[in-house]
Design a protein. Sequence first.
Length: 218
Amino acid sequence: MNQLIPSWIYFSRQERRAIVFLAILTAINVIVRYWILPYYKTLPPPQWKSITLVENANTPHQRMIEGYLYDTALTRPIAFNKTVVIEINKADSAELEKLPMIGGFLAKRIVDYREALGGYVTLDQLLEIKYLKEEVWENLRKQWSCNGQVRPLPINTASIEQLSAHPYLNFSQAKRIVHYRMQHGHYHSMDALRLSKAIPDSMWNRILPYLAVDTITP
């Protein structure tokens, strides 16, 4: 002990600081490894659900979206209840969350995309939702139903902003629809809409259920 004291004194100030700093780091490492981490061990499957960072959001702040998803790597097979059928044009997020492998994140995306579209025409449109994997859709296909009821946009009165807000239309297409209407009068049929050349043939069948020729009263 007597030999340690003079040895410590002969160290320079910088050396003493470095030794103290290393001692503190060692102590923190021991505390974290043996006292803190054991309390935060992951629960064994199938009891745990993971909160996964799924997307770097395209926002000005580049915020990370935390998706509450059911873990798909469970050690036991997931039981699908074939007797429960959910209508995707009516179900809310809480109902959708009851399905296997559909957490709060995906449930909200299904509802949000439905509102943006104006309703689903077919179950295949669920595959357009990001992060909804095809194998999940395939496993749940018999537990979803789709009545095909949608809210079409009135092409004779809808504004450019309203039209371009639809997922199947961009601003340029919406602008062409409105400008053709202003130049040639109101649309009387979908054939007249084709003349505007606003919608490419490849998108025609997809967008057609979401557009309606509304009657203009004088």
